[in-house]
Design a protein around this ligand. Sequence first.
Ligand SMILES: Cc1ncc(CO)c(N)n1
Length: 233
Amino acid sequence: MHGSAKIANSETRAFSEEAWTLIAPVRKAIEDLPLLEELANGSLSKDVFLNYIQQDALYLKEYARALAIVASKAPDSAQMMRFLESSQRALQVEHGLHSGFLESFGLSFQDLESATASPSGFAYVNFIMATVQSSSYAIGLSAILPCFWIYYDVGERMKAMPKVAGNPYQAWIDTYGDENFADGARAVIALTDAAAASASPAERQKMLDVFRRASQYEWMFWQTASELESWRV
Ligand SMILES: Cc1ncc(CO)c(N)n1
């Protein structure tokens, strides 16, 4: 009995390790993003930040729906509860963190919700929604995991940097460097590993594919927000 638990464990561990290694080039590109460096040192232009935060509010609203769909596919009530809570948290961040920033930048919540999703933001949420709606729980988890893991990773890195006095973006850093956010991200990693343990080889491959694609979109989301990307026609 112990033996098989051990085997399951090393197999499951392998999934998140393999997935994280697979996206090493994407992670490197994220580390090199000027937007994140400037957010950390407080030098980011307000226009770019506001554009990012507006796009992110639109994203989080849809992401919250995706989490609720993942919850509906979970095999037990503990996992359902986790994703329903995460869904609620995403909406709280949209309303709390984002509207807090808007106030300090002189915009209203209406401005936030009336914005149009950028081509890349739109593509990302639609990819996530299509994946969670049409796929198994395991594949759905792999599509939503990069959102947790990459922000957790960025939050940890920023937290380790010396604090810049008067950084107007400190609340953003604090949100994603928070221990609760870290705990949540680690829990989703563990659940994805557990789901991968009973996935067929084909399903496992699909899990890696969607994990990588979502990670690429995470990079793209920040990159295109810095470019103030909009619909060209
Ligand atoms: C685009 C994006 N991905 C992940 C997160 C973290 O919840 C976020 N706020 N925005």
